[in-house]
Design a protein around this ligand. Structure first.
Ligand SMILES: [Mn+2]
Length: 355
């Protein structure tokens, strides 16, 4: 039996400015904290290997300091002789940060279609994978898979490590389901020889075990989801990582024997709707104070403002004014729902400042 820890979409660097223009609560440290929490079973030696399903960072160009901060925990795992496998995600187009990691003998990066072999306690595991494919993975998938040369390798079990959408994957507050698009893998193209697909890209935890018609598939597709909420679209989602066991009965190919989702702590994320019709600055302030008093102090809050604003209200909803009304432990952003043009630009600039 081999025990694996799967984490993905850690999006490190999100709201983590090294030279902040303004002092306020940042969400950046939350992302680092959950990254470390997800790796704790590895620190304790409770798993045999770690797979990161991609999007370590929140975007493709990141400062060297951030790269170093992100790699320290992974190196700590690798130093314990626990191999770490990394799938470059859509935010990892530039290969540069990986050169720093690639030198470690226990860190393996799917920077091109590859199949890594791992033998442990007499069990040989093959980990095939390739970096995120941006365009038309539906058509390219069989070729990418073939390029890993997995079928020429003898192993007790095969795993596929990728960062892609697959038919049936679900995302967003309205449960959008991926089906049949050119950037979606046809679930039937995944060879039954694979015990499981360890996947990133979907920020919601989910395990796909059926095709779009509801017919069971041979290979479960596991998305551990992101370790923190990267947007309000994820506000009601549980965040965490997955552990799974690969087992074989000797006769059959190895299979995913059990998987467990481990939830990580996240701060409350709330949307406050405000209709400003007839409101002046004072009224808005007292409305906001009342609302903020009712919610947890460490909330991440989005205020959606409806209606046309009196000019004095524009002053009140400036980011600084709002922040002065809220506990320092909160994160607050504002959206002007009914404004286009000037109003929207303004609201965007407020949002940019907040996140
Ligand atoms: Mn992502």
């Amino acid at each position: 039996m081999i025990r694996i820890l799967l984490l993905a979409d850690t999006h490190l660097g999100f709201d983590y400015p090294f030279r902040p223009r303004i002092e306020r609560r940042r969400r950046g440290p939350d992302f680092f904290r959950n990254f470390e929490r997800a790796l704790e079973p590895a620190y304790r030696g409770e798993v045999d290997l770690v797979v990161h399903g991609g999007d370590i960072f929140y975007r493709s160009k990141v400062p060297a300091q951030l790269v170093e901060m992100a790699f320290m925990p992974l190196r700590k795992v690798a130093d314990k002789e626990i191999p770490v496998y990394i799938v470059p995600g859509n935010h990892e187009r530039s290969a540069i940060p990986f050169r720093l990691l690639a030198g470690h003998p226990n860190i393996f990066i799917f920077d091109q279609p590859t199949c890594f072999l791992l033998t442990m306690r007499g069990f040989t595991l093959a980990l095939a994978g390739f970096p995120f494919v941006r365009n038309n993975i539906r058509e390219k998938f069989p070729y990418m898979l073939q390029q890993t040369k997995w079928s020429a390798i003898k192993a007790d079990a095969y795993l596929l490590c990728i960062h892609q959408s697959v038919d049936g994957a679900i995302t967003g507050p309205r449960n959008y389901t991926f089906r049949g698009g050119k950037d979606v893998i046809d679930i039937h193209d995944i060879p039954a020889e694979f015990a499981g697909v360890l996947n990133g890209h979907m920020h919601r935890f989910q395990v796909l075990e059926k095709d779009l018609r509801g017919k069971p598939v041979a290979t479960p597709i596991l998305y551990s989801g992101s370790t923190e909420r990267t947007s309000f679209a994820e506000k009601d989602e549980k965040k965490g990582y997955v552990t799974l066991d690969i087992q074989t009965d000797g006769r059959n190919k190895g299979a995913v024997h059990a998987w467990t989702f481990h939830e990580l702590p996240t701060r409350p994320m709330l949307v406050l709707e405000c209709n400003t019709a007839g409101m002046n600055g004072k009224a808005f302030e007292s409305w906001l104070k009342d609302r903020l008093a009712m919610i947890p102090h460490d909330s991440i809050v989005k205020i959606r403002i409806h209606g046309k604003l009196r000019s004095e209200l524009f002053e009140t909803i400036r980011a600084e004014s709002i922040r002065s009304l809220a506990p320092k432990t909160m994160n607050i952003s504002i959206t002007l729902v009914d404004y286009r043009g000037f109003g929207e630009v303004r609201s965007r600039s407020i949002q940019r400042e907040q996140f």
